[in-house]
Design a protein around this ligand. Structure first.
Ligand code: 13P
Length: 255
């Protein structure tokens, strides 16, 4: 069974007090919605407080990034074990903003995945093409290259893959459900050909890029899409809860 995952990437938003306000407003709105897995990704400075507030709830916590070293002289960096100590289960790796703005190249993405896995975290590997690559018809090639360099010998079943086309992030220009499904199916096909059909059937594949309460249901209704990675709309407890409810009607996929 691939369970639907609705994940909220808050990016550089919300202080610890604002994080607490979100959680207090959000929890009652999703009470009893057991069929969907929910995860939030606050900034590092809010993780400890969020971890304490979410203890005993079904909501998972994740980090937006990590460093691949375990400790040492890496000013400004956060290790996998620090995320685990705050209560994180997930970590985003290779988000396009990290790749474009902070220089996370394929080698670093790979090292971060390894660091996450070896400390027991479940990485969400983000992949996706830019506007120009899509215009050239290279979308699938870009995504499968990113998968090849990141996943070569790693266990794909411990990793969630999120397709986040750069042209859809923060633009309001969501991929159509057909485009999102086409890439989710290509990703599943790639995992099957590299790691076997069982792995391809079991790996969870998310879509991210301008997901909102109006489009989330159609996207999660597609057969190869197992959830969404939401940016802007995840900052508002009511909008995020509405996206979660869209996921509840889909439930999960029998594989
Ligand atoms: P938006 O939902 O704001 O487009 O952001 C998507 C994203 O980057 C999630 O990781």
């Amino acid at each position: 069974m691939r369970r639907i995952l609705v994940a909220g990437n808050w990016k550089m938003n919300k202080t610890p007090a604002e994080t607490e306000g979100f959680i207090e407003a959000f929890l009652p709105t999703i009470a009893g919605l057991g069929r969907v897995e929910i995860a939030i990704f606050p900034p590092f400075t809010s993780l400890d407080r969020a971890g304490r507030l979410l203890e005993g709830t079904t909501i998972r916590l994740g980090g937006q990034d990590l460093h691949f070293e375990t400790s040492g002289a890496y000013t400004g960096a956060i290790s996998a074990s620090m995320l685990v100590a705050c209560g994180c289960r997930y970590v985003l790796v290779g988000h396009s903003e990290r790749r474009r703005l902070f220089g996370d190249d394929d080698r670093i993405v790979r090292l971060k995945l390894e660091a996450a896995l070896s400390s027991g975290l479940f990485p969400i590997l983000c992949v996706g093409e830019g506007t120009e690559e899509r215009r050239r018809g290279d979308s699938e090639g870009v995504v499968t290259d990113q998968l090849s360099s990141a996943l070569d010998a790693l266990d794909p079943e411990r990793i969630v893959i999120a397709y986040e086309p750069i042209w859809a992030i923060g633009t309001g220009q969501t991929a159509t459900p057909q485009i999102a499904e086409g890439m989710a199916s290509a990703i599943r096909g790639w995992v099957s050909s590299r790691f076997g059909g069982e792995a391809g059937g079991r790996v969870r594949s998310l879509y991210g890029g301008s997901v909102n309460p109006d489009n989330a249901g159609a996207i999660m209704g597609e057969p190869d899409i197992d959830g969404v990675l939401v940016g802007g709309a995840s900052l508002d407890p009511a909008k995020f809860a509405s996206i979660v409810r869209s996921g509840v009607s889909v439930g999960g996929r029998d594989v």
